[in-house]
Design a protein around this ligand. Sequence first.
Ligand code: 5GP
Length: 114
Amino acid sequence: MSEPSVFSRIIAREIPADIVFEDERLIAFRDIAPKAPVHIVVTPKTEAYRDVVELAAADPALLAEMVAAAKRIADEQADGDFRLVFNSGAGAGQTVFHVHAHVLAGGLEEASLG
Ligand code: 5GP
């Protein structure tokens, strides 16, 4: 077995984090290095999937739960609008290979991708 991911250590309460949401299958906490006024990491409690491609193929319902959680977080922490980012692969900047979404919200108009 490989070492538990940093997110599994947060789930196990071995590392402190500012947890904003938790249910049976998901946990969400503030990113330690925020890139937006609201920057929350949403991740499944299972470490079975490295990235969103693996997750979508194996358990699309869990992916849908992550999207629903992101919306709830954006409603609670900002005005309901949000950006959802999945870095997939080291070349895209992924550093934690335990699938997770970045929920970015609050004053993103200046950083539009469009
Ligand atoms: P990635 O680059 O893999 O898409 O995103 C990993 C994210 O996890 C980064 O934004 C990073 O700041 C965050 N992160 C890494 N270690 C910790 C930690 O110990 N606590 C918290 N709250 N966030 C972390």
